[in-house]
Design a protein around this ligand. Structure first.
Ligand code: ADP
Ligand code: MG
Length: 528
């Protein structure tokens, strides 16, 4: 699928400016295909994998179709979790940045209802909410939806998984008939198709499918990182493997500029390439990269298209690509002309699902690796350095330096100590340790890879498994299907969650509520 420029989509200057501000270069396929239909007023079923930009696919046309002067709720977006509601509202708000007087409000469970009621009185035009909380406000009469003209069911498959179907049906029945109904989902199970039959009018089904591609033979690994540790991990990997040339991919122009500045600040010969640059500028950067004067090139997918340089020994997915096909294109930039190559991919939190999609699509083996510690870097660098030392001792005339060392060695130092100090200066790692936020959990009696948590409510409080899944998934944003076994006793409950989320789950759920009850939550003891 050919990507489109946003300029080709007949958008207003305000929106184009906001898109430019966000650093998006091209519309993703789902955006390019959905936006024109939504602008026409058609109902739509948009199907594309996570991370493909579905939010802007409906956010942009909703903003374009909004009546800015009218202070009533005109658009409602339903999302499965509070985290998504916040994210989606934020993205729409940013897209609306240059549209005057547009208010976007997220409403979700867990936030004090009074505060939301107050915010609703300010008459936002777009509401982004979880179905339960939206219904709650409708019932209280604090949210009037009789003027709503556009409804979005976002991540519809997840909303169904989480048992929101009845709420969704109730809401859709109340929204005026002459509305536009948009449904976005990564998958289209039967209940969703039934929902579309019942509530949509002649919907246009837009599906982003992928063509098969050959995947180059490249060693592919990924690292689970935090956004703020990416730079450190990238630096370490470059130091460690010392690739002749590296190509680093970011998803936006802004990210490219930021990362180039950060890398240059750390002393790397880095430069950037993106769609905003003039052809002369690009040519200049490319010729420096070819000659090795720049050995770390940071680029967007668009700008990197057509780069054909043989000595790229490493490709970094600093941002996970938007699209599975992009992944294959990216890693195909290395290991050219029969040379070896490595591809390193950074994955943050939920992006692991997206990586699994990529893996399936690319039929690639992408293995998890631990981010290198400063000791790992130091060890590899020391070995490389010592190789060079041996080479110099074998080949060069060192007499001039020998006399200096002899002089120093006469003053209370051994030549071993002097050599050690020089080695430390040459390769010693002065950088700070990457901060690991992940807490170690002792054995909690859970399955491998999971942590068992204790929650102080149970059967006596009429707690059912759905309450636990809904509560945790809704508050923390982890997909319900990742939550493992649940054992409910009279006064307490055990629930298993994936190890990498356990810390976040505890932090967010602590003193939070499940079924209206304030809970305590902590790692379980193995012997329970
Ligand atoms: P989805 O809903 O399909 O999972 P999102 O709408 O959450 O995807 O978008 C995923 C990420 O991609 C977000 O960080 C978003 O800002 C970014 N994004 C969206 N559209 C574009 C684009 N055209 N170019 C670059 N990045 C984009
Ligand atoms: Mg989404």
């Amino acid at each position: 699928m050919k990507n489109l420029k946003f300029e080709e989509l007949n958008l207003s200057d305000e929106i184009l400016k906001a898109i430019g501000n966000k650093g998006y270069e091209e519309a993703t396929p789902i955006q390019a295909q959905s936006i024109p239909y939504i602008m026409e007023g058609r109902d739509i079923i948009g199907q594309a994998q996570t991370g493909t930009g579905k939010t802007a696919a409906f956010g942009i046309p909703i903003l374009e179709k909004l009546n800015q002067g009218e202070k009533t709720v005109q658009g409602i977006v339903l999302c499965p979790t509070r985290e998504l509601a916040i994210q989606v509202a934020e993205e729409i708000r940013e897209l609306a940045k240059f549209k005057r007087g547009v208010e976007v409000l997220p409403i979700y469970g867990g936030q004090p209802i009074d505060r939301q009621i107050k915010a609703l009185k300010r008459k936002p035009q777009i509401i982004v909410g979880t179905p339960g909380r939206v219904m709650d406000h409708m019932n209280r009469g604090t949210l009037k939806i009789d003027k709503v003209r556009m409804v979005v069911l976002d991540e519809a498959d997840e909303m169904l998984d989480m048992g929101f179907i009845d709420d969704i049906v109730t809401i859709l029945k109340v929204v005026p008939e002459e509305r536009q109904t948009m449904l976005f989902s990564a998958t289209m199970p039967k209940p969703i198709l039934e929902l579309t039959k019942r509530f949509q009018k002649d919907p246009k089904h837009v599906m982003v499918v992928h063509k098969e591609l050959t995947v180059p033979k490249v060693e592919q690994v990924y690292f689970e990182v935090k956004e703020k540790t990416k730079l450190e991990v990238l630096s370490r990997l470059i130091d460690m493997y010392n690739p002749k040339l590296s190509l680093v991919f970011c998803n936006t122009k802004r990210k490219v500029d930021e990362l180039v500045a950060e890398l240059q600040g750390r002393g790397y010969f880095a430069d950037g390439l993106h769609g905003d640059m003039k052809q002369v500028q690009r040519d200049r950067v490319m010729s420096k990269f070819r000659s090795g004067a720049v050995d770390v090139l940071v680029a967007t997918d668009v700008a990197a298209r057509g780069i054909d340089v043989d000595d790229i020994e490493a490709v970094f997915n600093y941002d996970l690509p938007q699209d599975e096909e992009d992944y294959v294109h990216r890693i195909g930039r290395t290991a050219r002309a029969g040379r070896g190559g490595r591809a390193f991919t950074f994955v943050v939190g939920r992006e692991i699902f997206k990586l699994r999609d990529i893996q399936r699509y690319a039929k690639a083996k992408i293995t998890l690796q631990k981010a290198p510690s400063s000791e790992d870097v130091e060890e590899v660098r020391t070995n490389l350095f010592l190789d060079k030392v041996i080479e110099i001792m074998d080949e060069d005339d060192l007499s001039q330096y020998v006399s200096i060392i002899e002089r120093l060695a006469g003053e209370d130092y051994t030549s071993i100590e002097i050599a050690a100090a020089l080695l430390k200066m040459a390769v010693g790692n002065k950088d700070k340790e990457v901060q690991h936020e992940e807490t170690d959990f002792n054995d909690t009696g859970a399955e491998d890879g999971m942590v068992r948590l204790f929650i102080n409510i149970g059967r006596n409080q009429k707690i059912r498994p759905g309450d636990i899944v809904g509560g945790i998934a809704g508050e923390t944003g982890i997909p319900g299907k990742l939550i493992g076994s649940i054992d409910i006793y009279d006064k307490y409950t055990f629930v298993e969650v994936p190890r990498e989320y356990a810390g976040d789950v505890i932090r967010i759920m602590k003193d939070n509520q499940i079924k209206g009850r304030r809970i305590n939550i902590e790692p379980a003891n193995a012997k329970h």
